[in-house]
Design a protein around this ligand. Structure first.
Ligand SMILES: [Zn+2]
Length: 164
């Protein structure tokens, strides 16, 4: 860069009001919001059960049907989050991981919260259960997972509830 050039920067904010569609996956978000159900899909050709759901099977491309999955699952891999966006900054530190719900053959990336977060609480193979926000908007942030032994404590908090 030339020594004569001096960059002048002004910090500003752009607000954008917009909406977007979940398209063929809308049913997942509507059932999550209204009924606290976690829906996956099952391929009607090869029988693979997808979570997150796929409208068409990603292995054989055949159409898949909606199926309700259990709200318990197993951690496949996880980590603890220390740096995040403004949307989640108050939750730091928290876990995220790939959770394979009981009955599903693929894993869902989702938050894993713990009252006493240490790596051993959210390690591979640990059982977790879904907890739902009482105020839901049809978004992935409407629910999260907790270690199975903390489930009753989490759903007794005023802002959360169990799904089943
Ligand atoms: Zn298939």
């Amino acid at each position: 860069m030339s020594k004569e050039f001096q960059d002048h920067q002004i910090r500003d904010v752009i607000r954008i009001n917009y909406k977007y569609t979940m398209g063929g996956h809308s049913k997942f978000f509507i059932e999550l919001m209204n009924n606290k159900k976690l829906l996956g899909t099952k391929c009607n050709k090869c029988g693979k059960t997808w979570m997150p759901p796929r409208i068409n099977c990603s292995d054989c491309y055949a159409p898949a049907d909606w199926v309700e999955l259990k709200q318990t699952g197993t951690i496949e891999v996880s980590t603890i989050v220390w740096y995040t966006t403004s949307a989640f900054i108050k939750a730091i530190p928290y876990g995220i991981g790939f959770i394979k719900l009981d009955g599903a053959e693929t894993a869902l990336l989702q938050g894993i919260f713990s009252e006493n977060l240490v790596p051993s609480k959210i390690k591979k193979g640990k059982k977790v259960k879904a907890v739902f926000n009482k105020k839901r908007e049809g978004k992935m942030t409407d629910f999260f997972f907790v270690p199975e032994d903390e489930y009753e404590n989490w759903i007794s908090k005023p802002e959360y509830e169990g799904g089943e």
